[in-house]
Structure formats: structure tokens, C-alpha cells
Design a protein around this ligand. Structure first.
Ligand SMILES: *Cc1c(COP(=O)(O)O)cnc(C)c1O
Length: 479
């Protein structure tokens, strides 16, 4: 396989000397003092977290020395794979030279300048100006304030409503979680914030009923038009969406969907924010999901793959049309201490250089993605799998008790998905479940041989899950 990673074969790598405390003790301390995100804490405490100590390429090692195939690239972010010494060196060099300086008070620094230039070069269209954030969530908070501020500057202060999608994910801060459509998040802590609205997602397999995918895609896109009409065009600031929903279960929209949405955004006076936090930097087979799905955003949110997760960083990449207005009107009273953190920017620059110069994004898109899709699609013959979908290197399997009718399970959503996830964990494959969909998003440097291994482990996990689902009497369709 042609992808050059510069990495040793994980199996040839010398065994790391472990000098940590025994696993059981670490698990007990973890349960006593560490509160986990998106986790039922006490339940995990009883079971004990799996403790990851080491990683190379696409392989993780746990505290017992067991190797796991990480088909999630950490949390959709380790695009370049683990163990790239160049990124370590970039961070060390930057920490030595200038570990921190701010960009608030009429100062700037070289890594932020160079990275802003690089992002402007990579990003499509007139997305030429960059506001740095610490993460995807606070990037979307930046976007909320920026688009509302923009419209106020344009003499339309009543254009404040931002429309997102049910089951979209835009992060976990008050603003970002409001933009997202995760009802489980809205139900905790007083969300959503004012002036956020939602339309339905383009999940044909799950929600398309008797419609063709084409008609369903058009219908779901036109919900945006209907929502704008209901609210009044003079009230709507922007529409935000992921080119391909990630955390919602890798929902690949019908082909008719994005062109219709783009038409609506173009015709109505609203901005399009593409949340590229997962889709950016090669995940969909091109540099940005907006290119893969054919959209022309006014702002792109990026994070995750920008540094391949080695250090936290995010950015809002903004069109000249908006940035010029925001820059002219006066102070933009917004920013984070770590906006444009020099170490984050230095690591991002090195990461983007390697993704580019080693042809990792290109090879992932042209060679690995088609191979992965072919192998992944072969899982669609499994009795538990209704639909296998893949865009670039992000894929999902919709689990079902009855393929022909695309039925849901009678059991609570996620019951069967969780069983399948447990089996894949037991088979040392990190594959996640979102409800009753299984999702993957492996590092872009995965080889064809490693794809084969991923598929073998996924199939074995599905077989074991099916056995258990049958034994527990769960292979029953919802009526
Ligand atoms: C992960 C994610 C975010 C939030 O990013 P954080 O860095 O976790 O704050 C936002 N949008 C999308 C699409 C994401 O997947």
C-alpha cells in the first residue's frame, strides 16, 4: 500500500516498559476522582474504564498491554495517526521559543499568522480570514456571536435566529449544544438558548418512509425554506449544518439534499455555516466536506483534525464578505485566552504540511476510501445490518431486525447498538454506536491490510452481537 506513514509496523515495535500503577488501582482512582464526559459516572466506576497508555499508527495499547484497532481516530480527530514525531518536535520547538503569547492587545505571533495564511489557502472560495478558537464548541459560540454581530452591523439587528438540525452535533457549550439537536443535551442545564430553531435531519434510511431518497432529500431541504417563512426572513441570521453528520450517526444525505439547501441559502438572505469539525482535513476524501458535498459556506468551523488531536485548537474560517464588515465596525468583543495558541498553531502547521506533502489526504481520498467503502459495503449482507454507508473515511451501519422494511428494534434505541459496541470492544476494535448505528472514522493513514483487519473484527463483532440479540429475544421489530 502506497500511504507513507514513516511509522514502524506496530507489531514490530519494541514493547514499552510500563511504569504505571496496576490497572485495577488506576480504575479505582479514576472512579474516585475523575468525572467523564457523556458518561454515567457511577456505572462506569463499577465496571472500570479501559485505560489507554500508548499508541502508534492506528493502534492503541491499553494498560494490560493489549492492542486495539482504533477505527474512531480517537474522537474523529487523529487523522494523521498516532506517533508522528514531527508533531512532537514542532510542539517542543514552539514551547522553547514562545510557549504562549496572546493576540488580544495589538500583538500577533508567527505560528498564528502562518496558520491563518495556510487555512486561507486550503479553504475554498473567499474563506480567507481566520478567528482562532480553542475547540469546535467554542468555535461555534464564536460563530453565533459573529453572525449576529455581522447582521447588526448591516443594519439588521433583528436577524438573530440560527437554524440547526435535530440530531446535529455542534459541541457542548451552551451555544454550541443549543445549535445542535441532541434532545438529551437540551434536557440538561436549560437549553437551548434563545433564538435557535431546528429542522429535521436527512436520514432517509431511518425516517424516509415510502419516499425515494431523492424526494426525501428535497423534502428535508425544503424544511429550511418553510422554517424561514415561518420565522420571517428578516429574523433569520444563518443555517448551520455538518456536511455529513458525524456524532448523529454518520448520516449521509441523499444526493438531492445539499444542492437544494444551497439554493435556499442563496435565494434567501441567510448565511451558511458549515461545521467541518469532523469533515475537515481529509475525512470525507477531500480537504473539506464542503467540497465533497458541493456547498459554498460563508463560515467553516474547524477543530479536531486541524492538529490531528495532538493538542487542542479550533478556528472559524470566515468569508471576506463577513470578515470585512466585522473588522470595520469596531471592536469585536469576543475571544479566548488561547485564541491562536502558538503551540496549537505550530502543531497544526506541521500536521497540515505532512497531510499535504506526504499526499495523505489525496491517497486517503483516491485509494483508501474506495477500498474501505468496498469492504465496508460487504457487511451489508450481515443479518443484523440494514444499510452500510461510507463517505471518504467515515462510515456507518444501520442495525435492524428486518432489512426489507427498514424496521427499528422494539427495544429502546441504542440497546442493540450497545451490545454490538461491547462485542467490538471485546474484539479489540474501537467502533462506536450511536443509537442503533455503528460508526467508524479511522485515521487517514490506515492501510489496505489494516482495513481488512478492521472488517474481520467488525464482522466477528456483528456475529457475536447477533447471537446475543437473539438470545435476549431482541430481534424484534417495533410495531
Ligand atoms: C466534536 C464536534 C464539535 C465540538 O468540538 P469540541 O472540540 O469537542 O468542542 C463540533 N462540531 C462537530 C461536528 C463535532 O464533531
Amino acid at each position: 500500500m502506497g500511504v507513507k506513514t514513516g511509522l514502524p509496523d506496530p507489531f514490530e515495535r519494541p514493547v514499552m516498559l510500563q511504569n504505571h500503577r496496576p490497572t485495577a488501582e488506576l480504575q479505582q482512582l479514576d472512579a474516585a476522582h475523575h468525572m467523564h464526559p457523556f458518561t454515567h459516572g457511577s456505572a462506569l466506576g463499577k465496571k472500570g474504564a479501559r485505560i489507554i497508555t500508548d499508541a502508534q499508527g492506528i493502534w492503541l495499547t491499553d494498560s494490560e498491554g493489549v492492542q486495539l484497532l482504533d477505527a474512531m481516530a480517537g474522537l474523529w480527530c487523529v487523522n494523521i495517526g498516532y506517533g508522528r514525531e514531527e508533531l512532537v518536535q514542532a510542539a517542543a520547538r514552539q514551547m522553547r521559543q514562545l510557549p504562549f503569547y496572546n493576540t488580544f492587545f495589538q500583538t500577533s505571533h508567527v505560528p498564528a499568522i502562518m496558520l491563518a495564511e495556510k487555512l486561507a489557502e486550503l479553504a475554498p472560495g473567499d474563506l480567507n480570514q481566520v478567528f482562532f478558537n480553542g475547540s469546535g464548541s467554542d468555535g461555534n459560540d464564536t460563530n453565533i456571536r459573529m453572525v449576529r454581530h455581522y447582521w447588526a452591523a448591516m443594519g439588521k439587528p433583528e436577524k438573530t435566529v440560527i437554524i440547526g438540525r435535530w440530531n446535529g452535533y455542534h459541541g457542548s457549550t451552551m451555544g454550541a449544544a443549543s445549535l445542535g439537536g441532541m434532545k438529551g443535551m437540551h434536557s440538561q442545564g436549560g437549553l437551548p438558548i434563545p433564538d435557535i430553531a431546528h429542522i429535521n435531519q436527512p436520514d432517509w434510511w431511518g425516517e424516509g418512509g415510502d419516499m425515494t431518497p431523492h424526494d426525501f432529500g428535497i423534502a428535508r431541504a425544503r424544511e429550511l425554506e418553510a422554517k424561514i417563512d415561518a420565522l420571517g426572513e428578516d429574523r433569520v441570521a444563518a443555517f448551520i449544518a455538518e456536511p455529513v453528520q458525524g456524532a448523529g450517526g454518520v448520516i449521509v444525505p441523499p444526493e438531492s439534499y445539499w444542492p437544494e439547501l444551497q439554493r435556499i441559502c442563496d435565494e434567501r438572505d441567510i448565511l451558511l455555516i458549515a461545521d467541518e469539525v469532523i469533515c475537515g482535513f481529509g475525512r470525507t476524501g477531500k480537504w473539506f466536506g464542503s467540497e465533497t458535498m458541493g456547498l459554498k459556506p460563508d463560515i467553516m468551523t474547524v477543530a479536531k483534525g486541524i492538529t490531528s488531536g495532538y493538542v487542542p485548537l479550533g478556528a472559524s474560517i470566515v468569508s471576506d464578505r463577513i470578515a470585512d464588515v466585522v473588522n470595520d465596525i469596531g471592536d469585536f468583543n469576543h475571544g479566548y485566552t488561547y485564541s491562536g495558541h502558538p503551540v496549537g498553531c505550530a502543531v497544526a502547521l506541521e500536521n497540515l504540511r505532512l497531510l499535504d506533502e506526504e499526499g495523505i489526504v489525496e491517497l486517503a481520498g483516491t485509494v483508501i476510501a474506495p477500498y474501505l467503502k468496498k469492504q465496508w459495503d460487504s457487511l451489508a449482507d450481515h443479518p443484523l445490518v440494514g444499510e452500510a454507508s461510507m463517505v471518504g473515511l467515515m462510515g456507518s451501519l444501520a442495525l435492524t431486525p428486518h432489512k426489507e422494511s427498514r424496521a427499528k428494534f422494539a427495544a429502546d434505541a441504542g440497546t442493540v447498538g450497545y451490545i454490538c459496541r461491547e462485542r467490538s470492544f471485546a474484539n479489540n476494535l474501537i467502533m462506536r454506536h450511536v443509537g442503533d448505528r455503528m460508526v467508524i472514522s479511522p485515521p487517514l493513514v490506515i492501510t489496505e491490510g489494516e482495513v481488512d483487519e478492521l472488517i474481520i473484527r467488525a464482522r466477528r463483532s456483528l456475529d457475536e452481537a447477533l447471537e446475543r440479540v437473539k438470545a435476549e429475544g431482541l430481534m424484534v421489530a417495533a410495531s
